[in-house]
Structures are given as structure tokens and as C-alpha cells.
Design a protein. Structure first.
Length: 95
């Protein structure tokens, strides 16, 4: 997993955006992540909150579909950012 990276985020930082394909899977190591529809618009809706040890971004990276939500840190957070190319190796080491 040479290109996996531990990433630190401040509160209210966007991890990835609705409508975009992100070639990474993110494992939440600490903190809270808000999942929003219409983030930054008048129709903004918080549709979920997730914490460690959950993953975010699976649909985008596994199916190459645009994300259906924007992921935003609600607190300081640490995420393991896993590139698509490393997912097989990671799955064997972290079942």
C-alpha cells in the first residue's frame, strides 16, 4: 500500500464532492463525517453522520460512479485515503 496516506482534516473540510468520481476509498480513523446532499446550496441536507471505523466513498471508487453526497468533516478527523489500485492489498490485510 505504498500510495495509501493518513490524512488529517480540520473541522468543516470537504473530503469529496457530490457528483464527482473520486478514485479513493476513505477509512475513518477518528472524527465525525457529515454526508450532505446539495452541500453549500439553499437545499443543503445533512443525510447522515458516520464515524470510525467506517468507510466513505465506496460507490465512487468501486463502481466508478459519481458520489451521491458530499462528505464534510464535522470535527477534526483522521482518514486513511486508499487509492483504488491498493484496495486488493488492503482488503487482504484488513478484512
Amino acid at each position: 500500500m505504498s500510495s495509501a496516506a493518513m490524512m488529517n482534516y480540520d473541522e468543516r473540510q470537504v473530503v469529496f464532492c457530490e457528483g464527482q468520481v473520486d478514485p479513493h476509498l476513505y477509512k475513518i480513523m477518528s472524527g465525525k463525517i457529515g454526508l450532505y446532499l446539495g452541500y453549500g446550496t439553499a437545499e443543503e441536507q445533512l443525510v447522515g453522520v458516520t464515524t470510525a471505523p467506517n468507510y466513505i466513498g465506496a460507490m465512487s471508487v468501486l463502481a466508478s460512479h459519481p458520489s451521491v453526497y458530499t462528505a464534510v468533516t464535522l470535527t477534526k478527523a483522521m482518514l486513511l485515503k486508499l487509492p483504488e489500485a491498493d484496495l486488493g492489498t488492503f482488503a487482504k490485510s484488513d478484512p
